[in-house]
Design a protein around this ligand. Structure first.
Ligand SMILES: [Zn+2]
Length: 185
């Protein structure tokens, strides 16, 4: 389980571990929190009061400090896992849902025809369809795309890169998605 770390302005920064989150709390860097309490850490006892210190960690925290991600010049890295998640494990040619082991990164304009390895030139395809299309464009292969590729937004990228997102974190991120996102369906 990860904590969603945002800048004080509310822009996503990273997924961090509970331990990393506690360090932010201990350093008094947490400016605000949303979502449910996901962990409670107990520390030492105060010598004078005898009270035990404790840190309650929320699923979403806004931290002070200079943001390390500028959302306007960020291009989400392309990985197969994120690509398959973007396309919801659906093959762009036969339209069937497949297990991840059966899926491939398919270049719409193939490498052999100078196609690029970029979000806009890749779709998820099953092995059979990828093999059948081979080094041809969809037009040449007469295999029309069933859906179009797109570059995930910063917010989508945060959804695509974590497979175990808590309900309140998902709700928070989904609220920022463009209406065109496939993650809505
Ligand atoms: Zn297929």
């Amino acid at each position: 389980m990860k904590v969603l770390k945002l800048s004080a302005q509310g822009l996503p920064q990273s997924w961090i571990s509970l331990e990393q989150a506690v360090l932010h709390y201990a350093a008094d860097e947490v400016r605000w929190e949303v979502g449910a309490q996901v962990a409670l850490f107990r520390g030492g006892h105060n010598a004078e009061t005898g009270l035990q210190s404790q840190i309650s960690v929320s699923s979403i925290i806004g931290t002070k400090g200079v943001p390390n991600i500028n959302p306007f010049d960020l291009k989400p890295g392309l990985t197969n896992t994120k690509l398959f998640a973007r396309d919801r494990n659906v093959c762009a040619y036969c339209g069937l849902v497949h297990y991840e082991e059966e899926l491939t990164r398919e270049h719409i304009i193939p490498f052999a025809q100078n196609g690029k390895d970029h979000w806009m030139n890749v779709v998820t395809a099953c092995r059979a369809c990828n093999h059948r299309k081979s080094n041809r464009t969809p037009e040449q292969a007469r295999m029309p795309l069933l859906f179009a590729p797109y570059i995930p937004s910063l917010w989508e990228d945060f959804i695509l890169r974590n497979r175990r997102i808590l309900a309140d974190q998902m709700e928070f991120l989904m609220a920022h998605l463009p209406k065109t996102s496939r993650l809505y369906t």
